[in-house]
Design a protein around this ligand. Structure first.
Ligand code: GLU
Length: 439
């Protein structure tokens, strides 16, 4: 059996971390099993779906590298839904209903008032059809077939169909609700594993019977615990925390994906360099039932760790043209975002804003000019320079190193000075020391 998974967003908004995580898990499971990952755009709601969101979803997945093998749009499949609907209707699996929302709500309240479960009550087959009303359609759950499925994350799930309302699958105006088209698609596209949020568990219960009604075996389900912000529930802010935002912040896709692959599982979050690396030990068996906590600061941390061990070939085409492997290896340890590289590259090979030094610090810089002039820059110039300035000024520790770092790099902190000084070259170092001594 070839594993086929699908990610099925509605194009009514941008992707955020919650649904990126679902997409990623579908992708990784398919990748691990040598299967296929489908993108199904759930655009049956013609009013809320837009072509712009459809495009944005595909762009975001592309940027993340979570690229689908095939793409489908529900709006292009209405003929299939119509055919399958007729088949179910002929088989007595869907039936017409005429209640208004107000009537249904009233009945619900009555049942609840009596302490009864507010389950939809079927009308007798010969009940009179109210005049002038168009029907909507419900799927007729099989009350004699207990619903049991073995969830890959939640374990065995049992439902008594008598306690579930027959779900509405189609509205008066002929438009579709999500449940049935989704099952028709899953059958038609050969989906073997449905991976989605646990808010869909009771949908899955009803849907297992729809698969049977359509003559297909239900797929395996994996319902994942929802994502919450580290401080509480998925806040508004995180709701808009998506690829767009990360791109602006200069966060590496793999940093976000490394976090989303592992939070809520028993495995530690580690920076992974590739999706294949993440797929290798992806396993629903590691997923917990408790909500997964998402913290943007963790993404930042993983981003830095990812950069610190990133090989030159992996970034070369995103660095300034003249940047060499040596530059990269020297500077990567200090980067939070790749965009920080440019500034440091200037420290090595370009110009810096001359820093403001205090009176005492200027004296150190001045001594350093004298000390640097005779030095041979090809062997440990930083060590030689600091030894000499230490001897001439009697300063040590921060009083020695801080003015030199400031004068030579224009910055308070950064990568180790030995590497920077050797790489920037003697003339540049001399010029900077001289400039700092004068100000
Ligand atoms: N469009 C549905 C949603 O976004 C799809 C759920 C599913 O994966 O079946 O909730």
């Amino acid at each position: 059996m070839t594993v086929v998974t699908r990610f099925a967003p509605s194009p009514t908004g941008r992707l955020h971390v919650g649904n990126i995580r679902t997409a990623l898990h579908n992708f990784l499971f398919a990748r691990k099993n040598g299967g296929e990952f489908l993108l199904r755009i759930d655009d049956t709601d013609r009013e809320r779906s837009t072509a712009e969101f459809d495009q944005a979803i595909r762009d975001d997945l592309d940027w993340l590298g979570v690229t689908p093998d095939r793409i489908f749009r529900q709006s292009e499949r209405f003929d299939l839904y119509e055919r399958e609907f007729q088949r179910l209707r002929d088989g007595g699996w869907v039936y017409a209903c005429y209640e208004t929302p107000e009537e249904l709500e009233l009945r619900r309240k009555v049942l609840l008032g009596r302490g009864l479960p507010p389950v939809y009550e079927r009308k007798p087959a010969d009940a009179p059809v109210p005049e002038g009303r168009k029907p909507h359609w419900r799927f007729k759950l099989d009350h004699d077939a207990p619903i049991v499925f073995d969830d890959l994350i939640r374990g065995e799930q049992r439902f008594d169909p008598k306690l579930l309302s027959d779900p509405v699958v189609r509205r008066e105006d002929g438009s579709w609700l999500y449940l049935l088209p989704s099952v028709i698609d899953d059958v038609d596209l050969g989906v073997t594993h449905v991976v989605r949020g646990e808010d869909h568990v009771s949908n899955s219960a009803a849907q297992t019977q729809m698969f049977v009604a359509l003559g297909a075996a239900p797929p395996r389900f994996a319902h994942e615990a929802l994502l919450v912000a580290a401080e509480g529930k998925l806040s508004k802010r995180l709701g808009s925390y998506g690829a767009e935002h990360l791109r602006e912040e200069g966060v590496e896709p793999m940093a976000l994906l490394s976090v989303l692959a592992r939070i809520g599982t028993s495995q530690p979050v580690e920076p992974a360099a590739s999706l294949d690396e993440l797929a290798r030990d992806f396993d629903f068996g590691h997923f917990g039932r408790a909500p997964a906590h998402f913290d943007p600061r963790e993404v930042e941390l993983i981003n830095a760790r990812l950069l610190h061990k990133m090989d030159y070939p992996a970034v070369a085409d995103r660095l300034p043209l003249q940047a060499s492997e040596e530059d990269w290896l020297l500077l990567r340890q200090n980067l939070g975002h790749l965009s920080d590289f440019g500034g440091w590259f200037e420290v090595l090979h370009g110009d810096i804003e001359p820093p403001e030094l205090s009176h005492d610090e200027r004296l150190v810089a001045k001594d350093a000019v004298t000390a640097a002039e005779p030095l041979d820059w090809s062997t440990e110039p930083w060590r030689a320079l600091t030894d000499a300035v230490k001897a001439s000024t009697g300063k040590k520790g921060r009083e020695l190193f801080h003015p030199l770092r400031l004068a030579l790099t224009g910055r308070e902190s950064g990568p180790e000075m030995a590497g920077l000084v050797a790489r920037m070259g003697k003339q540049r170092a001399l010029d900077r020391l001289a400039a700092a001594a004068k100000r």
